[in-house]
Unconditional design. Sequence first.
Length: 348
Amino acid sequence: MRLTIAPQLLAFGLSLISLEAGHHVVFSYPGIDPPSHLFDLIKQGKVGGIILFGENVASNVSSIIDSLQDAYRQSSTYVGSPLLIMTDQEGGIVRRLPGGPISNAKQVGESSDPEAAATQAGIDAADTLAKSQVNTNLAPVLGVYREAGDFLDHYGRSYGNTSELVATCSSAFITAQQAAGVIATAKHFPGLGAAGTKNTDEGPVEIDLTLQELRAVDEAPYINAISAGVDMVMTSWAVYPSLDATYPAGLSKAWVEGELRGRLGFGGVTITDALEAGALKAFGDAAGRGLLASKAGMDIILASARDVTQGEAVVDALASALKNGSLPRAKFTKATERILALRQRIVT
C-alpha cells in the first residue's frame, strides 16, 4: 500500500512528518476512562494504536473503543482503516479480557492433540477479542523453554521445550486467529526460552547462546510462523552477544534487519516490546529508546507505561529525527506503508 495523506491536512497546520510518525506509536493510558488528552492526540494524528491492560477493561470496554475509533474517524488523518487496538490474550493467566483461551500455552502443548488444541485456542482468542472490538493480539509466545520451572515455563507461556512442538502449536494458533480476522503477533524474537528465571521487564537479560543454537532451536518456530503468514513479530529486549553484544534485539539492526528480515525473509510488521522495560535502563528515556528502535528497523513502538505523554514524546522524537535527517526517511516511509497495509486488512 502506498502512503497517502489527504491534502486538507495542511489546512490544519499539521506537519506531514508528525502525521507519518504518529502511525508508528501505540499509546497506553491508566484506568478505565481514557484521558481527554488522548482523544486530542488521536484527532491530531499522533496515535497509531492503543494497548489495553487489565486496568483498562470493564463492561463498557467496547463503547470506549468505539469512542476512540470515532475520534480517529473524525480526524483529518483518517486513512480509511481503524486504529490498532491491541492486548495480550495468550491464554491462562495472561488474559486481559474475560473469555478464552482458558488453557495456557503449556497446557495446550501437553494436551493429547496439541495442534488441535492450539487451533481452538486461536479461535477462542479471536472470538474474545472481536467481541470487545480489539483487533490485534500480542500473542502467541514462540519461546522454547530450556528448564522446567524457568520464567516461561513457570507461567505456562511456552508450548514446550522442543522447537517442533512450539512451531506446530504457534503456527496453528496464528492461522486460526488470523483466519477469524484478528492480527496475531509472534513474540519475542529471537526467543526468550533460554533466559532462565530472568525477566526483561525487570532488568537487563543476556542470552549467551551460539548463533548456531539460536537459529536451530529458538528461531525455528519463527520460520514456521512466517510461512503461516504471521502479521507481526515482536522483538525481545534481551541481548544476544553471538550477533550483537551491545544492543538488545529490538534495538539491533543486526537482529531486526539482518536476521529477521534478511535471513528469515519476514516482510510483515515489527513491533517492540514495552518501551519502559527494565532491560533498557542503559538506553536513555522513552523518546531515545523509541528513536533507537526505529533506527534499528522497528516499525511500531510500544509505549505501554499507562502514560499518554510517553507515547507523545516518542512521536515527537521520531518527527524531529525525520526532519533533521538522522532517521532515514525512505526506510521510515516503507515501514509506514507496511503498517497501513496491515491496518487495511482489519475486519470492521
